[in-house]
Write a protein of this length. Structure first.
Length: 346
């Protein structure tokens, strides 16, 4: 089996974009304070929410399959708004680093609750420029910028604090991905996932302009929605980045607290999973559900390593599984104190 160089190049680029997005998204999740502790607790994904995710995703997928024209318009408008916010969130630290430090101290607007610096204004102008350029041209590079920024933003606002919940979510979405890629054709007559993923949306500006009988020739008729990264012949859904990425964020925060290296293990596991996906794509010449390979590739090494590391409570797997990043130190202290009490009673 001869593999064209262009395919290898596209694969390398899409893998690099995905891994780079997870690394930067984990960094932003670790260092950004978007919400108060009470708000973060409300946003935390728990067992019931994890179970609902694949159900809601399936309903949305079927509705999009049958009513793509109408729903894609809503999705395009939502993408415009969320991408604007996502680009600001992703690029603000970059502009803060690149611009003179004095710019952060220049306040152009201030009231009792908020203030806007010149750096934030420049970032907002940059964001508007990227979003408008994307909606006008539909360029795939701009589409990728939007997709990366959205992934970084979602990784920072979605909260999962224990390995138990993230494992539950990954396994459920693993089943979701496999079913809709491999078995949906038996029910719906078409591969629902592939059909939805391969369609382009009508440009919302075109729809609005046509309703007023205004012709705008420079605007692209159709656009790729920023729900996937595209490079040459390769495409990767944002779900294949964000879903495993939630485990990466958890591990990054755990590493920061415990001085471990689970995040590095995750990156190698993710890379192995992506390579496995591409290999099976070539071998079977069929669309492959990436989570089929990514979920075991990132979960199994973490579970094995955590099981082998001993702690006062037994092993580190217990900490990651039940406690995670929620007061894990206090749990260890409680275990140690209980052991001291048992020793003193003896």
């Amino acid at each position: 089996m001869t593999i064209p160089f262009s395919f290898l190049f596209d694969t390398t680029c899409i893998n690099s974009l995905a891994i780079g997005t997870i690394i930067y998204g984990s960094y932003r999740a670790l260092h950004s304070k978007l919400f108060t502790e009470e708000q973060e607790e409300m946003l935390e994904i728990r067992g019931t929410t994890a179970i609902l995710y694949p159900i809601i995703a399936s309903i949305c997928l079927v509705l999009t399959f049958f009513f793509f024209g109408s729903i894609s318009f809503v999705m395009s408008i939502s993408a415009l708004i969320s991408s604007f916010v996502g680009i600001i969130f992703a690029f603000f630290p970059i502009f803060s680093f690149l611009l003179p430090s004095s710019f952060s101290k220049i306040i152009i607007y201030k009231d009792e609750d908020s203030k806007i610096s010149i750096v934030e204004l420049i970032t907002a102008i940059f964001s508007i420029t990227i979003v408008i350029s994307w909606i006008v041209t539909g360029n795939y590079i701009l589409n990728n910028i939007l997709g990366i920024c959205l992934s970084v933003f979602f990784l920072s606002i979605l909260r999962i604090n224990t390995l138990k919940i993230v494992t539950l979510l990954l396994l459920l979405l693993f089943i979701y991905d496999v079913f809709w890629v491999f078995y949906s054709e038996n029910i719906f007559g078409q591969n629902v996932m592939v059909e939805v993923a391969s369609k382009k949306a009508t440009n919302p500006i075109k729809i609005i302009s046509n309703s007023f009988n205004i012709d705008i020739p420079l605007i692209s008729d159709e656009i790729e929605l920023p729900v996937k990264l595209i490079f040459g012949s390769m495409a990767l859904g944002l779900g294949d980045i964000v879903v495993p990425g939630m485990l990466a964020v958890l591990l990054k925060k755990f590493d920061d607290k415990k001085n471990t290296n689970y995040f590095l293990i995750f990156i190698f596991g993710y890379l192995f999973g992506m390579i496995s996906t591409v290999f099976c794509l070539l071998y079977f010449d069929l669309a492959q559900p990436a989570l089929l390979y990514l979920v075991p590739s990132v979960l199994i090494p973490v579970i094995i390593k955590s099981t082998l590391i001993k702690t006062p409570s037994g092993n580190q797997f217990f900490e990651l599984w039940n406690v995670g990043i929620n007061n894990s130190s206090s749990v260890n202290n409680n275990v140690a104190n209980k052991k001291k009490e048992d020793d003193s009673s003896d």
